[in-house]
Unconditional design. Structure first.
Lengths: 323, 323
């Protein structure tokens, strides 16, 4: 299933056609108070309102719908901290494919429950002790199933790129685009889309401060691997960029910034109280970094990808209550 | 400023033209799990995503923009538990009108802060001791200002009716429409709109169980006044329907149901965890009653007005945490 070449904008266009009618064309929200504070026009692409609660459905559905029938018949295996798991489970169920999902034992309960509710078989591992890729590989060998990686796959990257492509279609060209960064599927797809549809747009990846492997990799020109970072941004606890995602990021991304957990909580509260939407910590990365730029963005048209909204209510209560 | 005749659908059409470009055309959301559980098609009209966080902006802007210039110059006074206050303050600020808002001392902090942030002067009273209408009347006499009542005014009713009118334009005819009920502005406006745009649609008002004055009034054919009800639905703590709203409700509404505070919390949690939107308790009334109908709605096309999303994060934490 792996291809060696990097995906292109044509692959994003093909992905957009495949997911049409299955994925939501998510709304773009704006906030007068944000625009006034930054002196900019800020467009929030609300992938928290995507099916299964995150952009991940785009890449998963694209990858699965691109499998040949005889491959589909043997099922798929995915490893994920949560949103990719739900996305693969839902996409597989829509396409009639059997899915097994390898999830860390400390994944949000809501994500695990939703994965099961979509019909996925869940296999649990310890995030700090086990190697999820090994477990997935063993499961796939047992059954001949295809592994659907969470980010480092051309079809996944192309699918994720449809979110930025849609945003630019919805609001027009951008001067800057802030994108959450974990393994780099969303960021590399966004960069491919922006380069084609809004040339000159600076694409900025944003990582949790505690897990800045992407920033280090970007600066030193080779993939840096770190220990599992401890951050509330559970969707960005990846240890290293992928081979495909890194190649695209180093070529097409302008900069990688970080945001602290405290900044993420502050943004969650803003989304909650002012915009009336639920955004998970990882989904706040883009806005946290954009907001920290302050008046440097004045006069610009800025896109922010709000990547997901999957958070347990107890967890949200803990995070918002601790101040 | 008071007119004696009841508003009509033509007044809603005029209101829609006046608010165009000022109010948001709010999105309609759907949920596959809700549709599966009820066997129905349910359309949520998301007025929690309206400007100032609630449908109230529609009526306030319509009423204020209909004032003559010499009347505008003397300013306006409003009394409100919260959302009408913010709505009048924002509409007044957009139209360059001076606004004084009479608010209960226990109104949500976020609502009071937002009212001030929109430029409104806030005068506080005790919900259980003072008569807010007396206070507003005195303030209006001092300055010659116009009182903008929260619901019992033809222009306010016509403005609120634009939400249901938009919903029917967005999704087509409905078999039933569930609408939160406090003083009846939203319900009577919705009933006028539905009668004109989707004849045969049953319009159902939904009150807090602890404050069912509307249900009592509807059943006995005259306005029943109750003590201030103790409920978490702070937007529906009204003591009696208005004269105009009652006349429309008795004529055009099919039924009035109630929902308990526990049901409202359950719906808030559903909106939060599954639909990723923040809805205040009052905004959950419509869905709480629709959901309680269960399979009685099977095969039907059902509208639910989600009336507002203004709730303090601490309050949300208290309500969702207590289980």
């Amino acid at each position: 299933m792996r291809r060696t070449s990097l995906p292109t904008h044509a692959d994003i266009e093909a992905a957009a056609r495949r997911i049409d009618g299955y994925a939501h064309r998510t709304p773009v929200m704006t906030s007068r108070s944000v625009d006034e504070n930054l002196g900019a026009r800020v467009f929030f692409k609300c992938e928290n309102l995507q099916r299964a609660g995150a952009f991940k459905f785009r890449g998963a559905f694209n990858a699965l719908s691109n499998l040949e029938p005889e491959v589909r018949a043997k099922g798929v295996v995915a490893f994920s901290s949560g949103n990719h798991a739900q996305a693969v489970a839902l996409a597989a169920s829509l396409l009639g494919i059997d899915a097994t999902i390898v999830m860390p034992s400390d994944a949000p309960k809501s994500k695990m429950a939703a994965t099961r509710a979509y019909g996925g078989r869940v296999v649990v591992y310890d995030r700090y002790l086990d190697d999820r890729e090994d477990i997935a590989r063993r499961l796939s060998e047992e059954r001949g199933s295809s592994i659907i990686p969470p980010y480092d796959h051309p079809d996944v990257i192309a699918g994720q790129g449809t979110a930025a492509a849609e945003l630019i279609e919805q609001v027009g060209p951008l001067d800057g685009l802030f994108v959450p960064l974990g393994g780099g599927g969303l960021l590399s797809g966004s960069a491919l889309a922006a380069k084609a549809l809004s040339p000159g747009c600076r694409v900025i990846g944003v990582e949790p401060e505690a897990g800045n492997d992407g920033q280090q990799s970007f600066r030193q020109g080779s993939i840096v691997r770190i220990d599992v970072p401890k951050t509330i941004a559970d969707g960005a606890q990846t240890q290293a960029l992928g081979r495909h995602t890194f190649d695209i990021i180093r070529r097409d991304v302008s900069e990688i910034l970080t945001a602290s957990d405290a900044e993420l909580v502050d943004c969650m509260r803003f989304f909650f109280t002012r915009m009336k939407i639920v955004v998970e910590p990882t989904g706040c990365l883009g806005f946290a970094a954009a907001r920290a730029q302050g008046r440097q963005l004045a006069g610009r048209r800025i896109g922010v990808i709000v990547s997901g909204g999957n958070i347990d209510d107890e967890r949200m209560i803990d995070l918002l209550g601790a101040r």
